[in-house]
Design a protein around this ligand. Structure first.
Ligand SMILES: Cc1cc2nc3c(=O)[nH]c(=O)nc-3n(C[C@H](O)[C@H](O)[C@H](O)COP(=O)(O)O)c2cc1C
Length: 327
């Protein structure tokens, strides 16, 4: 049974439902939606759902935290545009490792129009796996993407032509490693060959067949091209300065802020995760970036044919029984 939703701070029950509705529209690895929420008088708790982890592709649950970080960014932004300040504490209790954050919508705040623009983009953002058109992404938008990452304490390093070339090799290496791993393939099929009425996983119409290496490499454009030019999609890496749980949660928020910034500017995005999912390759990518940043997610941006949205579980499925937060 759905736990009753009551007012929390400045939000009435309908507003609480609407901000939770925005949170669950976040992207998540394989559309696992590895989050749960608990509404208490003290705030909205975001919990990880370890039953929705990917033991093979995401053994250390890094992508689970990125996904939950993305949901947290949506939650904070949706609260903000309703005129409340989303005071957020990450990892508030050491004795409760699945509790990732508490958001307290108490103080009134005049909404910032830049965040209103991002909130409007939440339902319009979809992962787009169709071929990208040759479209120039203006420098002003690239700068906006960079600022979006920095606002959430992450970094969007610019890759030079040599780094981009080397990245293609790393994509090749990691893709090959995954495609020859029966455990990876079984896990992939589990989340991509779901029944038609499934509310999670990546449906056929969103992914098509298993991505080919050409498709994945295509995301990096032609060899020896610069990051931004007339014909290649833009590839960016969201990096963090450390790689602990809180850093990954912050990187997930940064990833979502970057994705929404692109969507608001009319650009499509997709993910190229093999090089960050295979630990040895991720280490090589880190070295390629100069060793100071932890690569968290690889994204490509461009313009593509619009795609339908992927399903989400209902709020009933993601709400935990209410409970009191101890001080
Ligand atoms: C951390 C992370 C990694 C992802 N990696 C991939 C990927 O490698 N390939 C891909 O096609 N989609 C990837 N996705 C996108 C998800 O499959 C997508 O978010 C999910 O299916 C929900 O669809 P939506 O983004 O259109 O809402 C990733 C998403 C996240 C959050």
């Amino acid at each position: 049974m759905t736990p009753p939703i009551t007012s929390i701070g400045l939000l009435d029950p309908d507003q609480v439902k609407s901000v939770l509705g925005a949170a669950v529209l976040a992207p998540s690895t394989r559309n696992t939606q590895p989050w749960r929420f608990r509404c208490t008088a003290a705030g909205i708790e975001l919990h990880a759902d370890p039953d929705r982890a990917l033991p093979v592709a995401d053994a250390d649950r890094r992508e689970l935290l990125l996904s939950c970080g993305a949901a947290l960014f949506n939650l904070r932004t949706a609260i903000h545009v309703l005129g409340a300040h989303p005071a957020t504490t990450l990892l508030p209790r050491r004795d409760n490792p699945t509790l990732l954050a508490v958001v307290r919508p108490f103080a009134a705040r005049k909404p910032d129009r830049r965040l209103v623009r991002l909130a409007d983009a939440i339902p319009r953002r979809h992962t787009n796996r169709t071929p990208f058109e040759a479209a120039v992404i203006p420098d002003t938008v690239v700068a906006e993407l960079r600022h979006a990452a920095e606002a959430e304490q992450a970094w969007l390093p610019r890759l030079d032509a040599n780094q981009l070339d080397r990245s293609r090799d790393l994509v090749h290496e990691s893709h090959h490693s995954q495609m020859t791993d029966p455990a990876f393939l079984a896990e992939w099929r589990h989340w991509t060959a779901r029944p038609r009425d499934s509310r999670d996983g990546v449906p056929d119409y969103a992914a098509g067949a298993m991505p080919s290496e050409d498709w994945i490499l295509g995301a990096f454009g032609s060899p020896r091209r610069s990051l931004v030019d007339d014909s290649d999609p833009l590839v960016v890496i969201v990096g963090s300065f450390d790689d602990k749980q809180a850093d990954r949660l912050r990187a997930g928020q940064a990833m979502q802020r970057v994705l929404l910034t692109a969507a608001a500017a009319g650009f499509d995005a997709s993910f190229v995760s093999p090089p960050v999912e295979v630990p040895e390759v991720r280490a090589e990518l880190r070295t390629l970036l100069g060793g100071g940043l932890w690569p968290q997610v690889v994204l490509r941006f461009g313009r593509a044919t619009p795609v339908p949205w992927t399903p989400r579980r209902s709020l009933d499925d993601v709400l935990l029984e209410p409970s009191r937060l101890s001080a």
